[in-house]
Ligand binder design. Structure first.
Ligand code: FCB
Length: 448
């Protein structure tokens, strides 16, 4: 399988700011919508928050060494907007930016390409107090923030993705209400999704006008939506699910329009779109990040289809383990969009109930198999002619898994939250050896 990936392929690990950083009161960091949401009773399964998380801010140097020990050539992280601009408008914090400069410089010194996401869901609460993403003004605040980051760091960033998974931010945050800011309103969610997309397009234009040299794009989550049966109503339901979750984002980006059937379904709840918005959203991108975890089996009844009940393998999230879905979704994207930019798998991984550390080892063989099978599925998509230039494991280390708190562990490195001790799991050692073989080197001996 190694020979399927060219020498300049990016292999990395991924994290996001709120899930690992902690230090929520340092650098003059302002409150984010996730700080606020965590304090809402019942919002987080284990009633936890991001105050300490993986204490990454205080452990930057040793975490950089940890990343380097894996032999990856890129690292995907996100910048916490409220750490570099407490209120989301007005003064920027040079202290906050200094933290990311140290991170980026530390990566470059170790020969690792920095891949930054501007928005992985931690909106400054002060902007939420003015309506958040439902308020069109937030689009312009985001563009200012993007320009600032690009000017400060852009020359040293390999890639800049504007948004991570706008579907999650819009739908989970504003329709279903299980993510910050916890709103349950379909019309607001639709407007939020449009503003996220618009802010992406305008930020790309502004960063380019400022002379950006980094590779610019966005990250979408997706998986194939397949009907639970050959019945016409299940087929129609799968098509609708695909339009709602995938095409609602990829069509405007790559075709300049929202799926008409969803606009009709939304009726009065459809987003307000101003002249020029769709052209801005369609601004050409240098990359399309895709986060893949599972496929979605859809029934017209709306009842949830359970892979476990069908005897199929699932992760601890109850998500079906379906590596072929990665090949399928990549081939579908290529078939759907003649102008698909080079793709990077910006997240892929699994939560599993890891056995305890024994003699310094965590034998997460299920996660190791998950990664092996998905990298193999990626190789198949490449053979089928999809241009894929990188793959990043979610996640470098166990971290704050949003509404699930710390209970779900996605890391290839184990984190003991009492001591903050990091222990590479079997999956990390496998990934390290895989990468070492890929580079044509002998596996490194000893510790990870
Ligand atoms: C994705 C998120 C990421 C992480 C994984 C498991 O939706 O982008 O932060 O929570 O799921």
């Amino acid at each position: 399988m190694h020979q399927q990936f060219p020498a300049d392929f990016l292999f990395g690990v991924a994290t996001s700011s709120f899930q690992i950083e902690g230090a929520v009161h340092e650098h003059g960091r302002g409150e984010s919508i996730w700080d606020r949401f965590c304090r809402q009773p019942g919002a987080i399964a284990d009633a936890s928050n991001g105050d300490i998380a993986c204490d990454h801010v205080h452990r930057l140097e040793s975490d950089l060494d940890l990343i380097a020990s894996l032999g990856v050539n890129c690292y995907r992280f996100s910048i916490a907007w409220p750490r570099v601009q407490a209120l989301g408008q007005g003064a920027f914090s040079s202290e906050g930016m200094d933290f990311y400069k140290r991170l980026v410089d530390g990566l470059l010194q170790r020969g690792i390409k920095p891949v930054a996401t501007l928005y992985h869901w931690d909106l400054p609460q002060a902007l939420q107090d003015q309506g958040g993403w439902a308020n069109r003004e937030t689009v312009h605040r985001f563009v200012d923030y993007a320009r600032h980051v690009q000017k400060q760091l852009g020359d040293r960033l390999h890639m800049i993705s504007t948004h991570n998974e706008p579907w999650c931010a819009a739908t989970l945050g504003h329709d279903i209400g299980i993510h910050a800011p916890g709103i349950k309103n379909r019309a607001i969610a639709a407007q939020v999704s449009h503003h996220l997309m618009l802010s992406h397009g305008l930020a790309l234009q502004a960063m380019r006008a400022d002379g950006a040299t980094a590779n610019l794009g966005i990250v979408l989550n997706m998986g194939p939506s397949v009907p639970a049966s050959p019945m016409p109503e299940d087929i129609a339901a799968a098509r609708r699910a695909d339009a709602l979750s995938r095409r609602w984002y990829s069509d405007p980006l790559l075709r300049g329009l929202y799926p008409q059937e969803i606009i009709e379904e939304l009726g009065a709840d459809a987003p307000k779109i101003e002249a020029g918005d769709m052209a801005a959203i369609q601004t050409p991108m240098d990359h399309m990040g895709i986060n893949y975890y599972t496929r979605h089996v859809v029934r017209a009844s709306g009842e949830l289809w359970s892979a476990r009940a069908h005897g199929l393998p699932v992760s601890e999230m109850e998500w079906e383990i379906y590596p072929e879905g990665l090949t399928d979704i990549l081939c579908l994207m290529k078939a759907d969009y003649p102008h698909l930019p080079p793709v990077f798998i910006t997240e892929n991984g699994g939560a599993f109930p890891d056995a305890a550390i024994a003699d310094g080892h965590v034998q997460d063989l299920d996660r190791k198999r998950y990664l092996q099978e998905h990298i193999a599925a990626l190789a198949v998509a490449r053979e089928r002619g999809v241009r894929i230039d990188g793959y990043m494991v979610w996640s470098l280390m166990d971290n704050f898994e949003w509404g699930y708190g710390y209970a779900k562990r996605f890391g290839i490195v184990h984190v003991d939250y009492d001591t903050q001790q990091r222990t590479p799991k079997a999956s990390a050692l496998w990934y390290r050896d895989f990468l070492s073989q890929w580079r044509g080197l002998k596996p490194l001996s000893g510790q990870a």
